[in-house]
Design a protein around this ligand. Structure first.
Ligand code: 13P
Length: 334
């Protein structure tokens, strides 16, 4: 696979005013989302829901790519057209989540490591043949008493780097995602310190494994106070801390950084991204790769009346895409 192709894909993922929609929930995760709105988690409901999202009229105007799950990348529209074909026709690059989720890290109570490296080379070859051009692997870092440990950070960075190297070997742009969770009562400074250590460890590991940064995208968590922290932070504080942290740890050669929403409200996720871009220019485009903050309004509507609210649900997806696209340019207004 040529380096140029990887670079081209990576740059297209963060084209100006465009970002990514994450619809790669595992069956267990989408079951939780469906339960919350009273939907049954059948294969047909999952397929129909993803079809509704992916066939949103005009989605490609502000969405450069979508991250799918193993089940979803094999599914088709009601009319029998593979989802990947619908996406490519609309200029949306198919991506695929390839990790197998988090498991307790032995010897490190309260911490997890992401698994899924066994057999990954063959799976990547299959996903490429199915149309995927980028992949995602999510590591999870918890903040708490005496955690994260260096052991946990290193184990996760090592796995991310091995995954990224395998992706590039097989023609897929690795989206590396070390998510520092919002859960807990820690303050924003603690989140800053942890995120900085995690990112420096990750880029050290990517270097060790000879990962070409020009063909890599970082999916980062924002620097935020924990959900239960008494001291809230303003939009400007979050934006400034996040940008400072990224500048201190992410090489400028990276083609782009996208953020996860991580449990922020739709509006917070958009406002934070917008504020960061207003502080630019930065060494890299800063855009979005939101799951919940792209989908939650649409899911609620669709669950109430799948047929009757179909167009209305799609309208909210298009609206979220437009707002986040503007935020990626620092041009969003409330
Ligand atoms: P959220 O935006 O809902 O955090 O999901 C993004 C994602 O893909 C997390 O891995």
């Amino acid at each position: 696979m040529s380096i140029e192709q990887l670079e081209e894909t990576a740059r297209a993922m963060v084209a100006p005013g465009k970002g990514i929609i994450a619809i790669d929930e595992s069956t267990n995760t989408i079951r939780k989302r469906f339960d919350a709105v009273g939907l049954e988690c059948t294969e047909e409901n999952r397929r129909a829901y993803r079809e509704m999202l992916l066939t949103t009229p005009g989605l490609g105007e502000h969405i450069s790519g979508a991250i799918l799950y193993d089940e979803t990348i094999r599914q088709k529209t009601r009319d029998g057209v593979p989802f990947t074909q619908v996406m490519m026709k609309n200029g949306i690059i198919p991506g695929i989540k390839v990790d197998k989720g988090t498991f307790p890290l032995a010897g490190c109570p309260g911490e997890v490591v992401t698994e899924g490296l066994d057999g990954l080379r063959d799976r990547l070859k299959e996903y490429y043949a199915l149309g995927a051009r980028f992949a995602k692997w999510r590591a999870v870092i918890n903040i708490g008493d005496d955690i994260p440990t260096g052991t946990c950070i290193e184990a996760n960075s090592h796995a991310l780097a091995r995954y990224a190297s395998l992706c590039q070997e097989n023609g897929l742009v690795p989206m590396v995602e070390p998510e520092v969770l919002m859960d807990g009562s820690h303050d924003i400074e603690t989140c800053y310190e942890v995120t900085e250590v995690v990112l420096r460890s990750l880029f050290g590991a990517l270097y060790d494994f000879d990962v070409m940064l020009e063909g890599t995208i970082l999916k980062a968590s924002m620097v935020l106070p924990g959900k239960d922290c008494a001291e809230k932070a303003s939009v400007e504080e979050v934006a400034a801390a996040t940008v400072r942290c990224l500048k201190s740890s992410v090489p400028a050669v990276l083609p782009g950084i996208v953020f996860l929403s991580g449990g922020q409200s739709d509006e917070e996720a958009t406002a934070h991204l917008d504020a960061m871009n207003r502080m630019g220019p930065h060494p890299w485009p800063l855009s979005f790769s939101y799951g919940r903050a792209m989908q939650s309004a649409a899911l609620k509507l669709w669950a109430k009346d799948m047929a009757g609210n179909y167009a209305a649900a799609q309208k909210t997806v298009a609206q979220r895409a437009r707002e986040n696209g503007l935020a990626a340019l620092g041009q969003w207004t409330k």
